[in-house]
Design a protein around this ligand. Structure first.
Ligand code: GAL
Length: 645
């Protein structure tokens, strides 16, 4: 199998004369996979129930004749104008009651039976027509579920939410218990009274809000499932995917991953953001981890600039290549772009394409062509190989949703902590898998648990088991504060982990003020916009700053390795270590500044038997199969070492 190379191909935007040239140019660039038809519903079904497939037949036949395989989209991401004219009730509604009208894309309520029925009818017709087409390699269901409309608050959604709650809780009494509706006179007498968390005068019921997050992610998954059921029946044996969006908050990809045959990801790091490359590395690790290390496809990236930021910097010479190798090194078996030919009209005409407005005598085209050739050469050594990782980090959507709810101890973006620890591990040359707390963790030398704010008893038991049976566990602040109903774990938080860690938490002591989005995660203490909390101990190399958070930790069996040095907290433990069974568990009650984090990690990794190699900023070193990729994002060079080199 080759490394897949190609992109979104939207021939319906072009006269047919161009199609032939498209195939010739694809051959020149080494394109072997084209994603076809993502936004073609209005052309495929110009009037209700009337299909026009002939143009698509010619496109697929042409690609097949040119040796290009097809990732065929189900075209359900942008309903045609006639559908919402006939059924305006299928349009989505925002939290404050605004209807989102057609004229853009993704204007459908995920719970709408009308939308789902019409989508199912189209998918059936497409699958019947193309199941046997020789160019068909992969089905591409919908597009970026939830990208623009992750939640809908309309009456149809409200009804679906009620049914979902009834299924989950059985009785309204049980819902009242879970939601804690004794607070603020919120008691429900029947399910009929319940609404989605529409705009309200003040803080909404936290459990209602997280249940709506869970429901909304689940409704999108139901849309996906209903299309998949048709494809599996009509087009058996052809793999199915849908494109994810990295760390996308509204959709819990752990729940989705078992239902796609191959993970596909869309990734648009900002070439102007110095932190983007490390953040992208972390996203690639997540994509590889979602299906337990199985190779994934980078389904979309920009050949150069995007057009949807305020300022859209093109990728520098060599940058697209270096970023593509980052994905390959971290487990991708496919490098694809949005889109093949840069549009001449429409809302994305200023988004770069593999064939730019300027044609083929352009830097972008030359880079596309060159990379296609290189990846073809590399295919045999890469495809299907795995990326070994000895360290895992727990990542959890419930915790993400809950920790960022308002009315919390302080506003802490979940990703800021996750990213901070991940980039410290990157700098030590350590490759990280993401896991769920209940995963089988036994293969890992070290498991990091950054701010697992919400945890079930079973999840905590799994982490305890891992540590007690010889693992090395590092848990950070704000872990297991709440259970799955968002009820506080009384008596010192942490639940079962109190025993694992040998301590309990008396009180939070966050710095005043909020910190920024992920890029603020590693602000140096000097640049921080909120006061840091000093702490000291040999384990962190002496005196250090803790970023934005502290806790009053009450050790029982745990040994104290570093202590806060701030008035009021003096002497209170900041870093502890506890032996549990045949393993050990650390607790870190703040986010140490980068140097302190690195010092701590070096000790912990050594104890866990994980090798480290300092990697200078802007560089990466990742092993995949028998290859070691060294990428320098400064001069954009890529070196590939083979075993035995
Ligand atoms: C993606 C989307 C594509 C295109 C691209 C532009 O989110 O799937 O259709 O819009 O962004 O960056």
């Amino acid at each position: 199998m080759p490394i897949w190379y190609g992109g979104d191909y939207n021939p319906e935007q072009w006269p047919e004369e161009v199609w032939q040239e498209d195939v010739q140019l694809m051959q020149r660039a080494g394109v072997n996979l084209a994603t076809v038809g993502v936004f073609s519903w209005a052309k495929l079904e110009p009037r209700p129930g009337e299909y026009d497939f002939e143009w698509l037949d010619r496109v697929l036949d042409g690609l097949h004749a040119g040796g290009v395989r097809v990732d065929l989209a189900t075209a359900t991401a942008s309903p045609p104008p006639w559908l919402s004219k006939l059924h305006p009730e299928m349009l989505p509604v925002t939290q404050d009651g605004t209807t989102l009208w057609p004229g853009g894309r993704q204007h459908y309520c995920p719970s709408s039976p009308v939308y789902r029925e019409h989508a199912a009818r189209l998918v059936t017709a497409l699958a019947e027509r193309y199941a046997q087409h020789p160019a068909l390699e992969l089905w591409h269901v919908n597009n970026e579920y939830g990208c623009h409309v992750p939640r809908c608050y309309c009456d149809v959604s409200a009804e679906a939410f009620r049914r979902w709650l009834e299924e989950k809780y059985g009785t309204v009494e049980e819902l009242n218990r879970a939601w804690g509706t004794a607070f603020w006179s919120q008691r429900y007498d029947s399910f009929d009274e319940i609404l989605p968390p529409r705009s309200a005068p003040t803080f909404q019921n936290p459990t209602q809000v997280i249940d709506f997050d869970r429901f909304s992610s689940g409704e999108l998954l139901e849309c996906y499932r209903s299309e998949v059921a048709i494809l599996r029946r009509v087009s058996p044996g052809v793999p199915i995917t849908t494109n994810f969006m990295g760390f996308f908050k509204p959709v819990d990809y752990w729940a989705w991953a078992p239902e796609v045959d191959v993970i596909a990801d869309d990734s648009y790091p900002d070439p102007a953001d110095p932190d983007a490359i490390e953040f992208a590395a972390m996203s690639r690790d997540l994509m590889r981890s979602l299906r337990g290390g199985q190779p994934w496809i980078l389904m979309e990236q920009a050949p150069s600039a995007v057009n949807w930021r305020q300022r859209n910097k093109p990728k520098a010479a060599g940058q697209m290549r270096a970023w593509s190798y980052q994905a390959v090194a971290r487990g991708a078996d496919g490098i694809l772009y949005f889109q093949w030919r840069q549009s001449a009209a429409g809302a994305e005409k200023f988004h770069s394409g593999m064939v730019p407005h300027g044609g083929t005598d352009t830097r972008v085209w030359r880079e596309i062509e060159a990379l296609g050739g290189e990846l073809k050469e590399l295919s045999d050594e890469v495809v299907g190989t795995r990326v070994p990782a000895r360290v895992a980090m727990v990542f959890d959507w419930d915790s993400w949703w809950a920790i960022e709810q308002p009315a919390s101890p302080t506003a802490v973006p979940y990703l800021s902590g996750v990213f901070a620890w991940h980039r410290s591990l990157q700098a030590l040359g350590v490759v990280v898998d993401f896991v769920q707390p209940q995963s089988d963790l036994s293969a890992y030398g070290l498991v990091l648990v950054p701010s697992l704010f919400v945890a079930t008893d079973a999840q905590l038991e799994s982490l305890h088991e891992y540590a007690s049976s010889g693992g090395r566990l590092l848990v950070t602040h704000q872990t297991a504060i709440l259970d799955e109903d968002l009820h506080v774990r009384l008596g010192g938080y942490l639940g079962r982990l109190q025993e694992t860690l040998g301590l309990w938490i008396e009180e939070f002591s966050p710095s005043a003020g909020a910190i920024g989005p992920y890029a603020g995660a590693d602000v140096t203490p000097e640049a921080a916009t909120v006061p840091n909390v000093p702490f000291e101990g040999d384990i962190v190399g002496g005196r250090a700053e803790g970023l934005h958070w502290a806790e009053v930790v009450r050790p029982r069996e745990a040994a104290v390795l570093a202590r806060f040095a701030e008035p009021g907290l003096e002497g209170s433990p900041a870093v502890t270590r506890n032996e549990t069974g045949s393993g050990a568990a650390w607790y870190v009650a703040t986010l140490p500044e980068p140097a302190a984090r690195a010092a701590l990690l070096r000790t912990v990794l050594e104890e866990a038997g994980v090798e480290t190699e300092e990697v200078p900023k802007g560089q990466e070193r990742v092993r995949r199969g028998a290859l070691t990729f060294r990428i320098d994002h400064g001069d954009q060079s890529v070196t590939i070492d083979r075993d035995g080199d």
